[in-house]
Design a protein around this ligand. Sequence first.
Ligand code: AMP
Length: 381
Amino acid sequence: MTTVGILGGGQLARMLALSGASLGLRFQVMDTAADACAGQFAPLLVGDYRDEAALAEFAGKVDVATFDFENVPAESAHWLAGRVPVFPNPAALALTQDRLAEKTLFRQLDIPVPDFADVATRAQLDAAVARIGTPCILKTRRLGYDGKGQFRIKSLADVDAAWDALGAQAETVGLILEGFVAFQRELSVVAVRGRDGEFRAWPLTENWHVDGVLSASLAPARVDASLHATALSHARAIAERLGYVGVFALELFCRDGELLANELAPRVHNSGHWTIEGAETSQFQNHLRAVLGLPLGDTAVRGVVGMLNWIGAMPDAAPVLSAVGGHWHDYGKQSRDGRKVGHATLRADEAEALAQRLADVGEALGRQAQVAPVVARLREA
Ligand code: AMP
């Protein structure tokens, strides 16, 4: 009996555990919160990731360890890797924790990125804004997620406010200034690399964010084949350079037909949730197969798939449960503003059928605005 350890016990760990049940796996989750929602399906060890005694207890219970959370301290991942196999490797995890290191790597691999600059002082911020120009975005290098730790600088008049908001973090987590990309689309590649180096990617996904948080996804993204191939080759180049094992997501902006890399998430990703019902093999199943050294599954999409995120509180389940091709996911979390509490996936064999199903669900739930961009994309000529 193999036990997979997961650092981080949120919905990603929960969906990994649910998927791994069919492989006969056991799980051990570790989280700092006693009510972490993966704990409803797997034994949960509550502890701080920096606590060696807790990590040692975790290591003693698992055959292999992975993450549902990229901000596990890199030193903790290294420490653990001295005791059990850890995938993805701690060096890859550490690199993706730092936006500056990540963008520097993308550039080394000839992957276009938004213009960026390291910012350690107020003077460097002024110089960076002068060079990059406005609009631009000041971000923390580390520990930011879902649009948190970011300040948009629309004009020079905003620089003071940006420094007031984030300047104190220049010495702790570091800051990076990025040029604002006036993109037409946000895309992501969700991909997997096995222990033997085999690489597979699901079809490109288009994503819509509201207030920096993912709101809806559509797969396959309706982009031309050459863009699709370029995105996948970027993902492959990064995975190979990092010796990456497991699932990851590469987030991209598409501006005037050009792809710019935003960030890499070293884990299963919200923009890949559609793969549970919409692909032959889900991202969760393939992540487990990768970290265990098992053969990877087919990543082909089954028709056309839309995913809607539920943020803050769960809506009424009935319209999705009764929809043809409708699938419901409630993460078993308490409602809280801004929190990801669940999602729905809608699947159809062709675009217009999916557009109609999404429009119907949006109407029934009073969420027309959430489904509108996806429906519009599906109905474009
Ligand atoms: P991030 O935490 O970097 O993924 O940013 C969250 C969201 O903010 C992204 O999905 C974009 O919608 C937006 N965003 C982040 N960086 C930029 C940028 N350089 N230009 C335009 N929009 C951005």
